[in-house]
Design a protein around this ligand. Sequence first.
Ligand code: TRP
Length: 374
Amino acid sequence: MPEEFRVTPWEVTGDIDYDRLQTQFGTTPIDDALKARLEKYGPLHPMIRRGIFYSHRDLDVLLDRYDKGGDFVLYTGRGPSGNTHLGHIMPWMLNKWVQDTFKVDMLFQMTDDEKFLFKEKLDLKDTTSMAYENALDFVALGFDPKRTRIILNTKNIDRLYPIALRVSKKVTFSTAKAVFGFDESTHIGQIFYTTLQSVPAFLPTEENGRQVPVIIPCGIDQDPHFRVTRDVAPGLGYPKPTMLYCKMFPGLSGADKMSSSDENATIYTTDSPKAVKKKVGRAFTGGRVSVEEQRQLGGNPEVCAVFKYNYYLFEPDDEKVNELATKCRNGEILCGECKMCLVERINVFLEGHQDRREKARDVVADMTYDGFEW
Ligand code: TRP
C-alpha cells in the first residue's frame, strides 16, 4: 500500500508522492522536450531544470500563441495569514523569471478574504493588514513596478465582484463538494471563495476586451481552485489559464512542506542571522549517529532538509550540488559543516532581501491594482 498523503489548498500532510499527485490531479509532466522548448526563450530556471516546477496544464498552448506574437499575463497570489517564509517566495522567484523572460504584465492577488474565511482564529482586519507586510516581500524580489499590479481582494472587490458572480453561477455546490471535500457543515463563505481566486485569470481579457490568457505559476496544492477556473472559462467566453506547478518547499524538520505551524522549522524573511543559525542547527539531516559511522558509511542527501535547501534554492550550480551530494554519500562532509555553509548562504540572501524589503516600502503604494490605498 502506498503511504497516505493529502494535498488540498488548505492542508498538506504525509509524504507527498508527486508523481501520484500529478496522476490524481490530471496534470502533465514538464518533460525534457518541453524544457528544451523553454530554453529557446532564455536560460532555463534552475527550478525547472531540477524538476521543482515539474508539472503543467497547457503550457504548450500558451507557447504556441506566444510564438505567433500573442500576448499573455502572469498571475500568482498569496493568502496573507502570517509572516512570509522561504516556502512562499520560492514560487515567486519563478514568477519573476517568467516576467523577465517573456516581458509580461503581472497580477499578484492577495486573498485576505480567503485567510479570514479559512483560518478560524484570524479576523479580517488581521489578514488585511498582514497583506501589506507580505507584499513587501513580493516587491523585494524585483518585479517590474510598471508591469506589476497587486490586487487586495477586500480593497478591489468592486472590480472583482462582477466576474466572481459570473463564475459563481457556473459552479454548483455538488462540484464544490467533489473538488474541495466540503459538506453540509461548511459555511457558505468558504464555498463561494474559489470564485474570487478565479477572477484574476479572467481580468486581462475583461480589461482588454479581447482574449488575453494568463499563466499561473504556483504550488500544485492550488490545482483544485484552478480546475474549477479552467472548467468554467469556456462557458464564460474566457481563455483557460495555463498552469505551472511546483512541489512544496520542504520544512527544516524533514516534513514535505514548510509550514508556519512549525515555527522552528520555518525560515521567515525577517529572521535574524542568529535565528537562522539556530533553526538550521536543529534541522533534520540524512546524517549518521556518529562521526565515525558517517565517515565510514556516508550520509543520505535524499532525506536531508539541509541538502534539499541547497537543491531548491541555495545552490543553483548543478555541478556543485551534485558534488555536495557525492561528498555527503562518501562521508567526506559532515552535517555540521554542511549546516554552517547553508546558514551562511541563507543569511547572505536574507541580508540582501531585508534591505530590498525596506526599499519596497517606497514603491508598494504605486503598485496597487486600480490605485487602492493600503
Ligand atoms: N490561495 C492562495 C493561498 O492560500 C492565494 C492565491 C490566490 C494564489 N490566487 C493565487 C496562489 C494564484 C497561487 C496562484 O496562498
